[in-house]
Write a protein that binds this ligand. Structure first.
Ligand code: ADP
Length: 488
């Protein structure tokens, strides 16, 4: 039997149950005095306790009472288990029913041999246990000190562990709800979240899938308005066994406010730039058309440079405005059934003079009866224009550009393939991030903002679609837009 320093039983073996009749569940949590028979006086117990509390081993014969009330005599040794610093944290008692032996001497010798073997082992175990408990309480302290709310959820939806911030965020007493089913608190979540079905869905799909890590945004409305980012990841033990799902709720209210301020600022500045730019472009145009007198060739060249740069600036500002509107969620799709071949034809016609001037071979193959697709024609136009002008910009003179559109598995696929400079895998990974531009001389010479693909991806995703790239440096690239087909 092992007890804590107050004599409360924390572990017993099977032989204990055989001798006393108490199962380990019945014994654990009780004081060892559970077995007291009333046979010994208080001095007997005082000597026992004085011995073991002073760090010594006590041995002797004791009469105890079984669970069924019957008495038995046992030979017992009790040793304190000390930590490295010398403090007593546990007691171990080994007992033998004296009826199992012909004489007490045999019992004593056997007990003493076994005791000498077991006590050092138990001391070592105790040290390991103390170290583990220490590590556990350090981890708990750390997780409690973080500003994120953390929850560990079991496969069957039980809240196994919650940190202090979790209680603070959602106005809960964590001890009271630990081990409850997450869904049992539905009415609480209804009050806490703007859309509680979203959080229920996040929790369900995370525990069901058991694999993926992901992030989602949710809005909290009570007891405080907060914008939260939920991060979820599976928790596995050393043998890769799934233990549950970890959820971390991060307060991103301030971050989001700063992001909004930033895009409002960009949008404001872009608007302010537009008017002066319009006049620069307009007046340059008038001057180049000769409406205000003749210019020398040199002056005309300078004016053309001004015009080219002013046009670039107009384009950059246009892209920045679209980005800030997309980020602010200010672009709403104006959906209708769109004629994809018409959109492609229009874009091709728009760029044809440049494509021909660069001596690029252009091939357009659109399947004759494409199913109707729902979309916002203005933005689908923009996406195709972005991809086609990239194909034009990043392909050497004499190269090829192929555009195709066809249906596969209830999706519309539009592919734009060029035989241009291509890009490395590394570059492909960063391709759809804002302001990314490959760092090669051809790209730098072609000029651009690095916003076109970010915008294109956002717009395609708003349509419920996907944009993909396949590319090889020096060989060329294929950009694919995949759009869902609706109302067949
Ligand atoms: P921009 O073309 O204005 O720089 P994009 O967002 O459209 O911005 O493209 C980002 C970057 O991706 C480009 O700068 C270029 O490095 C690369 N890229 C895009 N399209 C192609 C292409 N068809 N072939 C090779 N590189 C490309």
């Amino acid at each position: 039997m092992v007890t804590d320093s107050n004599g409360v039983i924390i572990w017993v073996n099977d032989a204990f149950t055989r001798i006393t009749g108490y199962t380990s569940e019945e014994a654990i949590g009780n004081k060892a005095s559970l077995l007291k028979s009333g046979y010994h006086d208080s001095i007997f117990y005082k000597i026992l306790w004085d011995t073991i509390t002073s760090g010594e081993v006590w041995s002797g014969v004791m009469t105890n009472r079984r669970k069924d009330g019957s008495y038995y005599k046992e030979l017992m040794s009790i040793a304190p288990l000390k930590t490295e610093e010398g403090s007593v944290t546990r007691y171990i008692a080994m007992k033998k029913d004296v009826r199992d032996f012909h004489n007490l001497g045999d019992a004593e010798r056997q007990l003493s041999t076994e005791f000498d073997r077991v006590v050092p082992l138990m001391t070592e175990l105790n040290d390991v246990n103390t170290a583990l408990e220490q590590a556990k309480s350090e981890t708990n302290a750390m997780l409690n000190a973080t500003s994120e709310a953390i929850m560990l959820l079991s496969i069957d939806d039980r809240m196994l562990w919650l940190n202090k911030a979790f209680g603070r965020f959602f106005s809960l007493i964590t001890q009271d709800v630990t081990d409850d089913f997450f869904h049992n608190l539905k009415s609480h979540w209804d009050r806490v979240f703007e859309d509680s079905s979203k959080i229920m869905h996040i929790v369900n799909s995370a525990t069901e899938s058991q694999v993926s890590e992901y992030r989602e945004a949710v809005s909290q409305i009570w007891p405080q308005k907060r914008e939260l980012e939920v991060y979820s990841a599976p928790v596995k033990d050393a043998n890769e066994k799934y233990l549950g799902q970890l959820f971390v709720f991060r307060d991103v209210t301030r971050e989001r406010a700063v992001e909004r301020m930033k895009s409002e600022f960009v949008s404001l500045v872009s608007h302010e730039f537009r008017t002066p730019l319009t006049s620069i472009c307009g007046y340059t145009e008038i001057m180049l058309e000769g409406d205000v007198g003749e210019f020398t060739d040199e002056q005309t060249e300078l004016l053309k440079t001004i015009q080219r740069n002013a046009n670039n600036l107009t384009e950059i500002i246009g892209s920045l405005l679209v980005v800030s509107r997309l980020e602010a969620g200010a672009i709403k799709l104006n959906l209708s059934v769109i004629e994809i071949h018409e959109i492609i034809d229009n874009t091709v016609e728009l760029l044809r003079p440049q494509i021909e001037a660069k001596k690029l071979k252009l091939k357009v193959s659109i399947h004759p009866d494409l199913p109707p697709v729902e979309g916002d024609s203005q933005w689908i136009n923009q996406i195709i224009l972005n991809l086609l002008s990239n194909a034009y910009k990043y392909t050497h003179s004499g190269g090829t550009i192929d555009i195709s559109a066809n249906e596969e598995d209830n999706f519309l696929f539009i592919r734009i393939t060029d035989s241009g400079i291509g890009m490395s895998t590394d570059e492909q990974e960063k391709l759809f991030t804002k302001f990314f531009r490959a760092e090669n001389p051809e790209t730098i010479k072609a000029g651009g903002t690095g916003l076109g693909l970010w915008i294109s991806r956002s717009l395609v995703e708003m349509h419920g679609g996907e944009i993909m790239v396949m590319s090889q440096p020096g060989k060329g690239s294929t950009f694919t837009i995949k759009l869902p087909i609706k109302n067949r």
